[in-house]
Design a protein around this ligand. Structure first.
Ligand code: CP3
Length: 356
């Protein structure tokens, strides 16, 4: 199989014959082949064992046929290196046993060394690049400072963020210091991923949609921008043409102006914004990633096809579209439906892009 760099070209807004597609959380539980491994191994153990992480990263490439691989890991793997006691409790998702609540807690946190604390990630990337040599490009990733801080403060996933916002409003100095520590850890971590061979970086700001635009602008944006600027500069130093950064601010479609100010080469859009409006609101200097409803994978094939065509037609024929779900794939999704969606994206985008 010849190497297919369509995804990388789309990130750089170069012309492509078809629209490339990958799916957030594509390396995961909807695949029986993932579950077979996961039955015998702990989640963090899988992340920390390069040969297992490589195997599950390759599964969506080989079994679904997506146009990019994303390394199997988690946005929280840097936590232990910072002094945060992380556990993935059964059925509960991530739990941090020593959450950050005060300025004194913030002061205790360290900036993690990417090689000392997460060397397994760099090893996974190096092996993956060899495995993907005749296949597709590799995406590395990290959490954005706000999303990481929200886990560190709340201690688990939440819907209200009361501890997180209380710290943001009551002690702005401690807040900024905390987000700076996450920012510095993330810059070092992503730059190490680039050095190891990650060809595109996605920054996940998964929970920033719970923040009001005013607070985003004052208390979040500068920290996200700092990470994106530093990683972009590093990418330009080490790779000809640079390493594109996908900035995915989930739930933030009411403040796309601010998200663009934080930067990136590709703006990730969730399914809540119509692609027609996304194209109007997002400046042409950015590529766009998205944005079908992840639950579309539960619709009849004909409806999936209509939704795919609607998004492709609204994006139009200019370069710079990466098709993706508007957020992560649900764990009960049928892999066959994902293959069907991918086929529709490839077929219809070829037709639309060739003008026939
Ligand atoms: O995209 C991929 O396929 C790469 C792998 C990946 C995982 N987590 C694997 C994972 C990526 C990119 C992530 C990022 C991540 N982790 C995010 C941002 C992505 C997003 O969806 O916005 C977040 C918020 C996390 C934190 C996290 N990790 C949560 C909330 C959970 C529990 C989820 C749940 O439904 O149980 C995890 C665990 C996790 N991360 C799993 C996987 C495959 C499930 C672990 C298992 O097998 O039990």
């Amino acid at each position: 199989m010849p190497y297919d760099d369509t995804f990388l070209r789309a990130c750089r807004r170069q012309p492509t014959e078809y629209t490339p597609m990958w799916m957030m959380r594509q390396a995961g539980r909807y695949l029986p082949e993932y579950r077979a491994i996961r039955e015998k191994r702990g989640f963090l153990e899988m992340c920390r064992t390069p040969e297992l992480a490589v195997e599950v990263s390759m599964q969506p490439v080989d079994l679904v046929g997506v146009d990019a691989a994303i390394m199997f890991s988690d946005i929280l793997v840097s936590f232990p290196g910072m002094g945060l006691d992380l556990e993935f409790a059964k059925g509960e998702g991530p739990v941090i046993h020593n959450p950050v609540r005060t300025a004194a807690d913030v002061a205790k946190l360290r900036i993690a060394d990417p090689h000392e604390h997460t060397g397994f990630v760099m090893e996974t990337i190096k092996i993956l690049r060899r495995e993907l040599e005749h296949k597709v490009p590799l995406i590395g990733f990290a959490g954005a400072p706000f999303t990481l801080a929200s886990y560190a403060i709340e201690g688990h996933g939440t819907r209200d963020y009361e501890n997180c916002k209380a710290l943001m409003w009551s002690d702005p100095a401690a807040w900024d210091s905390l987000l700076e520590k996450f920012g510095s850890t993330t810059i070092a971590y992503l730059n190490a991923q680039i050095d190891a061979g990650a060809q595109v970086i996605q920054l996940f700001d998964s929970w920033v949609g719970y923040v009001a635009p005013r607070d985003y602008e004052r208390s979040v944006l500068p920290h996200t921008k700092r990470v994106i600027d530093a990683v972009t500069a590093h990418g330009r130093e080490v790779v000809k043409g640079g390493v594109p950064v996908i900035h995915f601010a989930n739930g933030a479609t009411s403040m796309m102006d601010l998200v663009q100010k934080a930067g990136g080469d590709v703006i990730g859009v969730d399914w809540r914004l119509d692609m027609g409006l996304a194209v109007e609101q997002i400046d042409e200097r950015f590529a766009i990633q998205g944005n079908i409803d992840p639950v579309a994978l539960f619709a009849p094939d004909e409806e999936i096809e209509r939704m795919v065509v609607d998004i492709l037609e609204k994006f139009g024929t200019r370069p710079g579209h990466i098709f993706n779900l508007g957020h992560g794939i649900h764990k009960t999704s049928d892999p066959e439906k994902a293959r069907t969606m991918l086929r529709f994206v490839h077929e219809h985008s070829r037709r639309i892009r060739s003008g026939s």
